[in-house]
Design a protein around this ligand. Sequence first.
Ligand code: DX5
Ligand code: ZN
Length: 220
Amino acid sequence: SRPVRIAPSILSADFAALGAEVRAIDAAGADYIHVDVMDGHFVPNLTIGPAVVKALRPHTAKVMDVHLMIAPADPYLDAFAEAGADILSIHPEASPHLHRSLQRIKALGKRAGVVLNPATPVSALDHVMDLVDLILVMSVNPGFGGQAFIDSALPKIERLRAMIDATGRAIDLEVDGGIDMTTAPRALAAGADVLVAGTASFRGGPSAYAGNIAALRHGG
Ligand code: DX5
Ligand code: ZN
């Protein structure tokens, strides 16, 4: 079976202590550090920008997985790359010239991700698969942590697993939203290999982080 990677979303961390939170979740076994960037326009919440990514970069050597929920995204790709992001993931609805945006991310030397909202069809990927290093399936409508998992993400993950396997390339299949001890095994069984988890990673405070991540990875 394929290795499972856990990507804690710092949206659920203590924003007053972000450096210490990133160090703690790194030490607890996080594979990726998932950074949710929201603009109050594409999604109904405001979070952080490239300055925070830059400030956090010295606190971890893990993959910095930056999920851009901003429209337009293009004017900020260079800034997030320079800030130290390793993966830049964009929504087709916020990047109308999706192919060009993905080309730009690759030209910046970063891994390129495409994010599918719950209502966004898999066919959004049809003509860009050769540029994609990661596909992020939203299992909630983006904007907030702590929402309930939307079951229709599961058949979508199954279809994407088949599409990825047909390419023969190593493309991450990541799922984001409502991942907990119940939904993590279902997402993995459907074919996901990277689990984003905010609430389920950070609940209980730093002494609980290692147990939280191990439970998500191993199913209990
Ligand atoms: C939602 C974000 C998610 C969110 C997940 O817009 O993209 O990454 O932080 O939070 P949980 O795991 O609490 O659903
Ligand atoms: Zn996210």
